[in-house]
Design a protein around this ligand. Structure first.
Ligand code: HCA
Ligand code: CU
Length: 380
């Protein structure tokens, strides 16, 4: 069986989301929650960023979690030294290799990138730490440049190489192809993928990367990050749960909703309505055709079982699309017995009422009770 590590970067990429501010306690809490869920790696910012960040990195390491703590560090000696002074498990180096980043970000040529990176990789290895090297903006980088840099860092002894789609430009097919090419060229090195969501393909691209040969996928809670972020933890878990469930064997999936909820509350940003698994209505069914089938067997319209995530299904009964099976189910849950004819009448009345706007669950129950009482045959 293939192995896959999930790397959660909420405390690094996620801190680059414009609305993020985590206190030291919140950083620790997020690390604990991710560990309880079971992610393999937790990425933290470069300790050189500020004394507070250095302190936070130390404190997170001191939690002695099962998740491995890796610091995200520029290919600069002072940054590497500062990270090596903390007890992090490893260092995630990154360096822009596209002409855009070489021209407008750091101004270094490909041969200079190699010269900068190789001695740092040697130093990290000599210190006995894990080291990953990412070619930032890999998907706008010239393939020859990319291979030139990867050949050098693999030769220098990296544990993994990373291919971030920094600007979210790639399609799932491009990702799968490039990852296939790279993983075939470096069969003994781990391969990481990090996909931004600028064109809405982050989750698809990240799964495509796994299918192309990546063995480490980057995510953040709710997908937060620079601009509109990267692949969400919930999105990747949802895909793996369906297509590669064995890879989630060590995970406690019932912790997922708690993490999304915690980060959402901390940020003051609601969980997006379309978030896989943890969206408020991810397991709510509305149309009559759907609710009828779901009441018979939820598998009809659900590929994720809410029970496995400690969540519950909801069958909506308050819309113009409501069907009589859903109404009948609700009525019997309320302890009311209806004849078939009554059920048809009640459903019609309820749908008519809902033409003025969808009803909340309490309003539905009130409507059903009132309708029933007016018929003068309340049975408890
Ligand atoms: C960044 C860029 C990065 C790095 C990813 C990586 C990206 O914000 O510093 O180290 O693999 O998207 O390229 O997040
Ligand atoms: Cu990024």
């Amino acid at each position: 069986m293939r192995k896959l590590d999930i790397l959660d970067s909420t405390l690094r990429e996620g801190e680059q989301y414009i609305k993020t501010y985590f206190t030291q306690e919140q950083r620790l809490m997020i690390a604990r929650l991710l560990d309880a869920l079971g992610v393999a790696f937790i990425e933290v910012p470069s300790p050189i960023a500020s004394p507070e960040t250095h302190e936070a990195v130390e404190a997170i390491c001191a939690l002695n979690l099962r998740s491995k703590i890796v610091a995200h560090v520029r290919c600069v000696e002072a940054d590497v030294q500062a990270a090596l002074e903390t007890p992090v498990y490893g260092l995630n180096l990154f360096y822009g290799t596209s002409s855009e980043l070489r021209s407008f970000s750091h101004g270094r040529r490909i041969d200079q990138i190699k010269q900068d990176a190789v001695p740092l990789i040697h130093a990290i290895r000599a210190a006995g730490r894990y080291v990953r090297f990412s070619a930032e903006d890999a998907f706008r980088s010239d393939l020859v440049d990319l291979l030139t840099v990867f050949d050098a860092v693999v030769e220098a002894g990296v544990d993994r190489i990373g291919l971030p789609d920094t600007v979210g430009i790639a399609t799932p097919r491009q990702v799968e192809r490039l990852l296939h090419l790279i993983s075939s060229r470096y069969p003994h090195v781990g391969i990481e993928f990090h996909g931004h969501n600028d064109t809405g393909c982050a989750i698809a691209n990240t799964i495509g990367a796994f299918e192309g040969g990546a063995d480490c996928l980057d995510v953040t809670v709710l997908g937060i990050g620079e601009r509109n972020g990267i692949a969400s933890l919930s999105g990747i878990i949802a895909q793996l749960y369906i297509h590669y469930p064995d890879l989630l064997a060590g995970y406690d999936l019932t912790r997922l909703a708690e993490i999304d909820e915690y980060v959402s509350q901390t940020l003051g940003v609601p969980i997006p309505f379309n978030m896989p698994i943890t969206a408020p209505n991810a397991f709510t069914h509305r149309a009559g055709v759907h609710t009828k089938a779901v009441l018979q067997n939820p598998r009809a319209y659900e590929v994720l079982d809410p029970d496995d995530f400690g969540l519950t299904r909801h069958v909506d009964v308050g819309s113009r699309y409501t069907g009589r099976h859903a109404v009948g189910h609700r009525a019997s849950t309320l302890g009311l017995q209806l004849t078939n004819e009554e059920l048809v009448q009640l459903t019609q009345a309820l749908k008519k009422h809902a033409e003025r706007g969808a009803l909340k669950s309490e309003e539905v129950d009130m409507f059903i009770h009132t309708w029933y009482q007016e018929k003068g045959s309340l049975v408890w």
